[in-house]
Design a protein around this ligand. Structure first.
Ligand code: 9D3
Length: 252
């Protein structure tokens, strides 16, 4: 899959792309990532990319010409047409389902806004859809583009070295993770749960599943509505809801 990012700050992506699993995915040829500087597509003497808002108000607005020129130029550099996504607080909320949807595309162009926003005609003329990564205020689309890039790329075949982890993930989908432990067996007076030392893989799997359900009920009950639960899971959940398994639990 080809990812392309239009930004005023292409250098923001360099270290992250080099260091993360994305770096390996790029080297291995599973994905291609190209960052384009919007400023390179400004035509005036000072290569201006922003201007004051019509109607007044604080802050600056990204000018439409450099952005649309950049999009036109980048789009025709490849055979396959890219979906154009504008990162914006007004966009569809990004989640794992959106990541899965994007991972089916051959090519994605992400446009990062800065300042107060982008001249609205860019959205009308050259954008397929707007995406937001959550209800909080960022200073631009760059971090959002990196989030979407990483979440999407790791779903592509070969990107994660460990195929097993994706398989297990899809089974546990919709639930929070069970608690993890490693050595030492006792740490600051706290023991690793006995069952994990038992070597009984069936019991371990059942315990982990129960813990995942327990945690989800406690921390993110909203997830249970769409979680993939077996009949056994539902019985376990019913028990927890009734408070039958009340053992004091753990903090948080
Ligand atoms: C403080 C400025 N806000 C006025 C009420 C509007 C505003 C403009 C520009 C808020 C954020 C931004 C820049 N944000 C993004 O470009 C952005 C974003 C985000 O802020 N949150 C979540 N997802 C995204 S995707 C792009």
């Amino acid at each position: 899959m080809i990812f392309e990012i239009l930004t005023l700050f292409p250098e923001m992506f360099d270290s992250y792309l080099a260091a993360s699993i994305l770096g390996r995915a790029i080297t291995a040829g599973h994905i291609r990532v190209e960052c384009h500087n919007i400023r390179d597509y400004a035509t005036d003497k000072h290569r201006m990319t922003d201007d004051t808002p019509y109607g007044g108000g604080s802050g600056m607005v990204m000018k439409p010409e450099p952005l649309v020129r950049a999009l036109d130029a980048v789009q025709v550099r490849e055979e396959t047409r890219a979906r154009v996504v504008l990162l914006s607080p007004q966009g569809r909320l990004f989640d794992q389902k959106v990541a899965r949807e994007l991972s089916r595309l051959p090519r994605l162009i992400m446009v990062c806004g800065k300042y107060e926003g982008v001249d609205d005609r860019v959205r009308e003329l050259a954008v397929d859809e707007e995406i937001s990564i959550g209800d909080y205020i960022l200073t631009g689309g760059e971090l959002a583009a990196m989030v979407i890039l990483e979440a999407t790329a790791r779903l592509l075949p070969g990107v994660l070295g460990d195929e097993e982890s994706t398989r297990e993930e899809s089974f546990a989908e919709g639930l929070l993770e069970y608690p993890h432990y490693t050595r030492p067996r006792e740490f600051m007076g706290r023991e690793v749960p006995e069952v994990l030392l038992s070597g009984n893989h069936q019991e371990i799997a059942a315990w982990r599943r129960r813990k995942a359900i327990e945690r989800t009920l406690k921390k993110r009950p909203d997830l249970l509505g769409s979680a993939n639960l077996t009949e056994e899971d539902r019985k376990c959940l019913e028990g927890l809801r009734r408070g039958a398994n009340r053992d004091g639990g753990e903090p948080q």
